[in-house]
Design a protein around this ligand. Structure first.
Ligand code: NAP
Length: 167
């Protein structure tokens, strides 16, 4: 049984789809099982990163997990909770976290049908981050705009009316 968190999202739903298509037993984790639409045969359970007990239950009896974290400074605590839950949960052994070597990652991307250009571009992006090139947050946006950068959520809220016009 492989547990997939973020299973209703863009990344997680694709992982669920691919595993289910191969007949691998999958348990999909979502905060709202009633709303989740999953391929036949996929077990759906409720789990919220902020609710340790729910995550422990979600991981119970699993042999592996695919953890989908959330990016952004506002989600750091949620991601920590997710990893803590996975570590504490009933995998029956400590969670092993390891880096996938670049060669192996490239091999798998090509085997999954991605082009060499896509694989190399993706790996170059990861190498850029690993080298710490995204580590420094500059004040450039504030300096150029004269105000701090805004969040994506703010932008969506400000433009809700425009989205409604186009639908
Ligand atoms: N998609 C991309 O191309 C891409 C590229 C680079 C980085 N990323 C990053 O990778 C992460 C996942 O991307 P995505 O596109 O798959 O995101 P997404 O479509 O927005 O899905 C987010 C998932 O997280 C789950 N989730 C949110 N809060 C949760 C909580 N408190 N407890 C449990 N589950 C929670 C949601 O599940 P429920 O609502 O069902 O509970 C949903 O399945 C994000 O941080 C994103 O920024 C994505």
């Amino acid at each position: 049984m492989i547990v997939i968190t973020g299973a209703t999202g863009t990344i997680g739903s694709e992982v669920v789809r691919l595993l289910a298509a191969r007949g691998v037993p999958v348990r999909a984790v979502t905060r709202d099982p009633e709303r989740a639409r999953m391929p036949a045969g996929v077990e759906v359970v409720r789990g919220d990163y902020t609710d340790t007990a729910s995550m422990a239950a979600a991981f119970a009896g699993a042999e592996a997990a695919f953890l989908v974290g959330l990016l952004g400074p506002e989600f750091i605590e949620l991601d920590q909770a997710l990893v803590a839950a996975a570590l504490a949960a009933a995998l029956g052994r400590p969670l092993e976290v390891f880096d996938v070597p670049e060669d192996l990652a490239r091999e798998h991307m090509l085997a999954a049908g991605m082009s060499a250009e896509f694989a190399d571009g993706s790996l170059a992006g990861q190498a850029y981050v690993r080298a710490g090139r995204n580590a420094v947050v500059t004040g450039d946006v504030r300096q150029v705009l004269g105000r701090p950068a805004r969040t994506y959520a703010d932008w969506v809220r400000d433009h809700l009316a425009l989205f409604a016009q186009q639908s």
